[in-house]
Design a protein around this ligand. Sequence first.
Ligand SMILES: Cc1ncc(COP(=O)(O)O)c(C=O)c1O
Length: 368
Amino acid sequence: MQVPFIDLRYQHESILSDIYQRFDEIFYTSDFVLGAELSAFEEEFRRYIGARFAIGVASGTDALLLTLRALGVGQNDQVVVPAFSFIACADVVIRLGAKPILVDVNPATYAIDPEKLSHSLSARTKAIILVHLYGQSAPIDPILDVAKSYKVPVIEDVAQSCGTMYAGRRIGSFGLAGCFSFYPTKNLGAAGDGGLVITNDEKLAERIRKRRDHGRAQDQLYDEIGYNSRLDCLQAAILRLKLRDLDEMNLERLENARYYKKLLAGLDITIPEVPEDGSHTFNIYTIQTSRRDELREFLTQKGIGTAVYYPVPLHLQPCLRFLGYKEGDFPMSEHLSNSVLSLPIYPGLKRQQIEYVAECIREFFKGK
Ligand SMILES: Cc1ncc(COP(=O)(O)O)c(C=O)c1O
């Protein structure tokens, strides 16, 4: 049996004709950029998250970049970033001339460890990027508590966790801003790149909205240097249609995780908790094992696709070497980089496929 790591077709099957129909209408009006379809999506998404403002941008990376820029992050500033995350969390900080201050993560939540956070804050800290990794909500309150006591804003990176709940609300609006990615494999994925910033802060929203469009104050008049970073209307049309199914798709991910949990019980691996409260939406289903590379190779031979997010923690990435960190600085992040393995989890994954994956994992551990 073949089990690809990702298969997006199922998510699109039932909406494909609706997508083409919306495309027909948009092509007819040629309203491609900053048009009605984008405004409609921003309104629907802001309601879905439960926040006042939504600004569609070109990618999740740009959502982070524009938010930090709108906060005035620049030369000599510092921004706290988890050492175990996607490269974008650090590269946006560097592109603004500031320095990412890395912090180790908690291996159970994959989020910044609140206990370690306060040691990394200084008078130069302009923001904390709180990443909700794999679909799991970070423990927001303890982090907000530390941030508040130092008066530092928290930017939530919700790229992997669209729709996830915390304390009965969808994450993304707990911090000053929430940055979403609509990269195709995300819980809410476009047919290309896309991103969005959620905030309740009107001034921040205004600054981001202006700077996503070159800093335009009015037609042909620009009062600051901005970017060309707009979520286009074709992507917005797809996202509107997919947003309707998002909770159902997330539930399927949760059910798949539940099934894995049942089938993988008792093995010498760490499997993710499957909470009842929606605080995990399993964009990525990640186990931990000290025999990660061997297991991955075994599963590949069995026709099962897997992935490793992330095999190299940020402080050991070649492009960040100049920051001066060294091996041993963030033990948990290094440990995770050597032990995490992600299994197929997408909506549309069949029960027999999950059973086959679990069977092969059992066979691997039985053999040695
Ligand atoms: C945690 C995290 N942050 C930021 C991003 C950047 O999003 P994008 O690829 O849309 O630029 C990603 C995307 O993979 C991500 O996983």
